[in-house]
Design a protein around this ligand. Sequence first.
Ligand SMILES: O=C(O)CCC(=O)C(=O)O
Length: 274
Amino acid sequence: MHPLAADVAQHGYCVLASVYTAEECSAIRSELDAAFDREQRRGRGGQFGQVFHPLLDSAPAMARFYLKPEIIEVLRHVLQDDVNLAHTGALLQDETREACQWHSHDGRDMHSDVTWSPSRAKSLDHVSRVLCNVYVDGSTDENGPLVVYPRKLADPWAPPSQNQHSEEGWDGKHVVYMPPGSACIFDACMFHSARPPAATAGHVRRYIFGGHYTGWHNRHRHREDNFYQLSSTPLLAEYENRYPHFFLPRPVVEGATEENAPEGDGTRAAAARL
Ligand SMILES: O=C(O)CCC(=O)C(=O)O
């Protein structure tokens, strides 16, 4: 097994340290700042900072930063399939950001029915959906680190505590420190949070961009899939024309096949889709 895929199976997450160069990070910051200005956004505080969901609505030029071969390669091993990009997003934070509460992205919210179903365990032979967040400015005590509650593939889904707002009761958590330009790939079922920045004044910057990825053959819908948020098909077509290996989820067209779908660098063509 690929060692980073083994990390995901064992702990629910893995880190690709400094997979983006300083030059790339600088270009990414410029694109994100430009989107912030273009849309006249205000503030980089609150629990999540300034959020762009879906990011490619606001910053289509960010598409080119998603096709990082090293990341796609790990995703293929984790998902055991070619890769679908199902959701794109970004967070822009400064020193006014607050603690981010514990949450996961398994499609349900914490207080509804986060319960362990033994029958579900039988079908958990691989991770079905991951987030891959790129920590453009790293994850440090100064800018507020990512904190995760590690989980093995077959671990119970239930969190150790119902307290979303504190680390009390979350024994076994990992504080994930990363240098700038690092990517963290994690199981969408893994609970995670982030501490507030240690610095309360000055120039704290913490930009993240990333997405949700599923295996090509995984057609499970999810509340955060961009398909449900983007109403305009021409917009999706524009991404694909501009970036031929970049595909977003679509409904499967009846009668369509994947036979004529050329294989790319870990993604698959949209032939079987609208
Ligand atoms: O700020 C962070 O590191 C956590 C990001 C997060 O919660 C998310 O992407 O869902």
